[in-house]
Design a protein. Structure first.
Length: 358
């Protein structure tokens, strides 16, 4: 991606780990450029993206700062559009939409496409309109550098530093807003890669909820009811739903299975709340489908809506990731499982860049 922005006004930091020799060699093959600098993250402390970002932040020179992942393809005019969002002095962060561009590589990338379309083009757009805190995406965040330093940068020990930072900005009295630009990303192709990424996200959301709910009254005072609602319903609710989903399924299915083999059997798992569980799960599935459909429609991707029929299967996958995350939260809370990229087979080469219909 070649940004539509004056090169003399760019100060690009390419942040890498000290033992990432392959990436360093790939950068150096292109030769030195005056507006680019390799920044090597220190070897001490947690080996996480936020720690590396904090180190780069100390050397940032611009009034505004943007974060992109190495595999991202942002719209060329994204930097210019982001600048226009900072006319309001309270705006500390402008978040672009993220969109999957290897949709045709399997059912998981297709499901990811619907999920991202619903999250960034429906959910977060609505949050931004109502001035609610945004659980930021991990890429295409555009910040006021001074404010980013004021709030302490990123939490080096949180493996979803983006979500945490969105709430911290709100608690300091600043706004995060969505704007009309898109960054294209590659979704995990294999279940193993997806599971490692989603487990990290779930673990980070757990960390974010724990950190900000240490004092509920202080959270309410700092971020008001909107921040309290967003943290508990969106962040905490997503995690709790994923953890509870298999338990509720078991309470529904176990009595049915036992009665199938013995019509006189009365299962000790039988629950008076079975009907409530059915209603709750159905509502969860339905909300996933509706929001996914709305997002796909805005992206002009309704031909992919068939994948939403796999929502129950996807929820089971989410539950596996959530329970794995809970185990890691106890045993290895700061481990950062990197997402393997470069596995896309089709769309990144020949696919169409889908833009939202706003």
């Amino acid at each position: 991606m070649i940004p539509d922005y004056p090169r003399e006004k760019l100060d690009i930091k390419l942040v890498i780990e000290p033992d990432d020799h392959a990436t360093r060699a790939a950068i150096e093959r292109h030769g030195p450029l005056p507006h680019m600098q390799i920044v090597t993250a220190p070897a001490y402390g947690p080996r996480t993206k936020p720690k590396a970002l904090n180190y780069a932040l100390t050397a940032a020179r611009g009034t505004f700062l943007a974060v992109f992942d190495a595999e991202d393809r942002p719209d060329p005019d994204q930097l210019r559009k982001a600048l226009g969002m900072f006319r309001d002095d309270r705006v500390a962060c402008a978040q672009a939409s993220l969109c999957i561009d290897n949709t045709s590589d399997g059912w998981l990338p297709r499901m990811f496409t619907a999920e991202y379309a619903g999250q960034f083009d429906v959910f977060l757009q609505g949050f931004s309109s109502f001035d609610m805190p945004l659980p930021l995406g991990g890429s295409s965040n555009h910040f006021r550098t001074e404010i980013l330093r004021e709030v302490g940068g990123w939490d080096a020990y949180n493996v979803t530093e983006d979500a945490d930072l969105g709430f911290r900005l709100a608690r300091f009295g600043y706004r995060s807003v969505m704007f009309a630009s898109t960054t294209y990303e590659e979704a995990p192709v294999t279940f193993g890669a997806w599971l490692r990424q989603r487990s990290r996200w779930m673990k980070g959301w757990m960390q974010t909820w724990i950190v900000h709910m240490r004092s509920p009254t202080r959270l309410w005072k700092d971020a008001d009811a909107r921040g309290f609602f967003t943290l508990n319903i969106i962040v905490g609710g997503n995690v709790l739903t994923a953890l509870a989903h298999p338990i509720m399924l078991a309470e529904i299915l176990a009595p049915m299975l036992m009665q199938a083999f013995d019509s006189d059997a009365s299962s000790f798992l039988a629950s008076n709340f079975a009907e409530l569980h059915v209603a709750a799960i159905a509502a969860g599935y339905l909300s996933t489908v509706v929001i996914g459909l709305m997002g796909l429609a805005r992206r002009g991707l309704l031909r992919e809506m068939w994948v939403l029929a796999l929502t129950p299967l996807y929820w089971i996958c989410l539950s596996i990731a959530a329970w794995r995350a809970l185990y890691q939260l106890v045993t290895d809370p700061y481990r950062w499982e990197k997402t393997e990229h470069g596995l896309a087979r089709h769309s990144r080469v020949a696919g169409r860049a889908y833009r939202p219909r706003r």
